[in-house]
Ligand binder design. Sequence first.
Ligand SMILES: OC[C@H]1O[C@H](O[C@H]2O[C@H](CO)[C@@H](O)[C@H](O)[C@H]2O)[C@H](O)[C@@H](O)[C@@H]1O
Length: 588
Amino acid sequence: MALPIEDYALIGDRGTAALVGKDGSIDWLCLPRFDSPACFAALLGTEEHGRWLLAPADEVVSTSRRYVDGTALLETTFTTSTGEVVLLDVMPTNDSRADVVRRLTCTRGSVRIRHDWVVRTDYGRVRPWVSRERAHGHEVVVAVAGPDKFVLRGPRLPHGHGGHHSDEFDLSEGDELTFSTTWVQSWRDVPEPMGFDERIDATTDQQRAWSARSPEDVPHADQVRRSLLTLLLMTHAETGGIVAAPTTSLPEDFGGERNWDYRFCWLRDAALTLESLLGAGYDEEALEWRRWLLRAVAGDPADLQIMYTVDGGRQLPELELPHLPGYAGSTPVRIGNGAVSQRQNDVLGEVMIALELAREAGLTETRNSWSLQRALVDELAEHWDEPDNGLWEIRGPQRHFTHSRLMVWVAFDRGVKAIEEHGLEGPLERWRDLRDRVREEILDKGYDVERGTFTQHYDTSEVDAALLNIPLVGFLPGDDPRVLGTIDAVMADLDADGLLLRYRTETGVDGLSGDEHPFLACSFWLVSALAAAGRRDEAGALMDRLCGLTNDVGLLSEEYDADHGRMAGNFPQAFSHLALVQAALALR
Ligand SMILES: OC[C@H]1O[C@H](O[C@H]2O[C@H](CO)[C@@H](O)[C@H](O)[C@H]2O)[C@H](O)[C@@H](O)[C@@H]1O
């Protein structure tokens, strides 16, 4: 049985990432890439679906965790009645290998340790063939199945029985044991052992140097640094693609069907991530992502997808995995994402904002980068008034979502500014006209005069938390009465214990059964909107509360179940962390 979501922490090497539980068990890991099939999938099932445990065998009196300062190296300290042991979990970066390194150090007394290495490939479905071999002068345990080979190294290797490789041993004060699991393609030889100290030190230095550039002049500066590092871990180093989260099917509704795969690069989430990184002064990531975008989107602009695989691939069919019981019984477990084929008219607006910020940060347009933007805006000009699935990727009937139209306005607006302010070439008059037409339409059809609020779509008086973006993208000033009315309506209609729902699911707009919890990014948008409205005290108080919802190591999932004080949805989620950074910048 998996732990509460907030009891996990993330480690990663910017190729993939793992969730380490407070109990010392790695319950989620896909190797070698974020969207590869998991080899440890206990998160969505049981230990029989794969996990790697290193923890005290006896009762643990207390557990504390922290990331080593300025890094994503995780330290878990277990105290038992006989002593204390520290577990360091690291995925070394920048070495073109896929390894997880786990180091146990006994810091007091003596502690009996339990080791359980259970590899299952194909998301917990396949038991690999496991054997002991000698390689490079040492004994190793090797698990092979299909395309994958996993190599366990360590000073004391566990023994096989019943599909597990297990062991128990005592550590005394001063003892230090380091284990590693390395992935290679099954047809390759067992790779050379790595220099653990050297790789741990190099990873520490790289991550510290990166996070040292995080802004100090913002509220909750330490949390902002953690959020930025978390976004970095979700950025695929080799390709520049940014995943929405490293997990699939952590439920939005415990026991329900709202379980989705986030291990892909959404143009929306990635563009917003970039906006946060640029806002925090991380400029060079913009170049990498723009290169990713140019490759992924290359071709006919009419074929634009709203999400891609991390390497820019277009195929991510949604499948169900019936062999997995799901987190807290939430089924189906899904891989791939059917929203890939949806029409979401907001996406280009988000991309145009990120690219505009990159331009302002000094990233000059190349012939290709501007031609691409121009082609995409021209394509939007043909379809901007069509209904869509909106940014929440609803699976009910398409609508004329006000937020989607807002972002259409943004796409034309940023296109116009690129021509007017940066001297780029394009159909200025046409885009200006369209921008003005969309604006008039939004003010006419997306605003409910009686309620004094913008509405979720053109045929409703319901609101949507995404409307909080109206002042944030510059459509209206933050203190415009229509914005103030919208903030009040959103707060009144979507409040759940002081946090914000995305929209009211009971209207049936999303076409799904069940309910969901407050969506954390929306509450951070409220912070930014309140700040823009001049309501800084309220904004600051909400920011304090939201930062207090992070888990013990500063991570946030997609949603928060305030009734039970637990996290819900995929974890950690870029959307929540990027919105946290943006809110902190808004309060700067
Ligand atoms: O709520 C239904 C939809 O939920 C997912 O979408 C959400 O996550 C995306 C990635 O972070 C985000 O871009 C989107 O705005 C969110 O609504 C899921 O991916 C969809 O398939 C699903 O319909």
